[in-house]
Ligand binder design. Structure first.
Ligand code: CO
Ligand code: CO
Ligand code: CO
Length: 306
């Protein structure tokens, strides 16, 4: 399984009962604290394995760092990544560092799965419920942080969200048996949902009022604080998303906001929904929400209503 349907990771069968999952992610700092940045980058990289329903086992560091910055900062970034990987039961076994004017950090992650057990982004079925396991808004909030316009409580909430592993959400969906999943990252909730619908040959209806948001987000979006990537997401989706008149521009931007280390977006048969929600709660997923449903209107499209 490779890149043809834009899935979260590659899957390669080694033997009849074991397949490798392979993925990589790295990016420049989005928060001020280097230890937190390392943890967020690691949680984000591990997330693609969890989105496939797999178990991450090993990782390698990928690092860019300027020679003039204090090595203490680099040590803190690596410690943040190492501790987050340890929380996931993953061993970081090496890596590679290059000199780079802008720091960058991330992981290449290797996971395992039983062939056939992969949860792809292309198996959604008409009639499914759509569940999101983390609130959105990290792109807008980290942009506000850079501009000095975000309240510390709002930033702390966003950091908590980004540091959260998708391990519990992944275990819950594997135990439930679901039709499709992906993690919400750079293309935003709408972008990743659109890929899932296009890959599955289905369409979706989303209820704006049901989408979980990090508190304080609405005010920042109303001020027009939006990362460039989120604007690009919104404009590139214009042919695929129908916005009800009641959905304001700022809400459209929020739904397309580029996320870092976002939650899992899960498509589950309606008669398994209650079981999934129970499993999510018993796996310590704080705020899972049913945000919409899958239908067969026009494949690859999304309708957003109140
Ligand atoms: Co992904
Ligand atoms: Co990724
Ligand atoms: Co080397």
């Amino acid at each position: 399984m490779g890149i043809e349907k834009g899935d979260d990771a590659a899957v390669y069968r080694l033997w009849d009962d074991v397949a490798l999952i392979q993925t990589v992610d790295f990016f420049p700092p989005i928060v001020d604290d280097p230890y937190q940045f390392g943890g967020i980058a690691a949680a984000n990289a591990l997330s693609d394995v969890y989105a496939m329903g797999g178990r991450p086992i090993l990782a390698l560091n990928i690092v860019g760092f300027p020679s003039e910055l204090s090595k203490d900062i680099l040590v803190a970034i690596l410690k943040g990544g190492y501790d987050k990987a340890a929380e996931a039961g993953v061993l970081i076994v090496g890596g590679h560092t290059i000199e780079d004017p802008e720091p960058k950090y991330g992981l290449s992650v290797t996971g395992l799965i039983k062939p056939g057990d992969e949860i792809t982004n292309a198996g959604a079925m008409s009639g499914d419920a759509l569940v999101l396991t983390k609130p959105i808004g990290t792109g807008i909030i980290t942009t506000a942080l850079k501009q000095g316009k975000a309240e510390p409580e709002v930033v702390n909430d966003a950091i908590e969200v980004m540091l959260g592993l998708n391990a519990g959400a992944s275990k819950a969906m594997v135990d439930t048996g679901v039709n499709a999943a992906t993690d919400v990252t750079g293309f935003g909730l709408m972008g990743h949902l659109q890929s899932m619908m296009a890959g599955s040959g289905t369409s979706a209806k989303i209820y704006w009022s049901q989408v979980p948001l990090i508190s304080g987000l609405i005010d920042l979006a109303a001020l027009g604080i939006v990362p460039e990537g989120s604007k690009r997401n919104l404009s590139s989706l214009s042919d695929f998303v129908g916005w009800d008149q009641s959905i304001p521009d700022s809400a459209q931007m929020i739904l397309c906001d580029a996320q870092t280390s976002g939650g899992l977006l899960i498509s589950v048969k309606k008669d398994r929904l209650d079981y999934l929600m129970d499993q999510l709660k018993s796996n310590a997923v704080a705020e899972p929400k049913v945000i919409g449903e899958v239908n067969s209107n026009s494949p690859g499209t999304i309708q957003v209503v109140q």
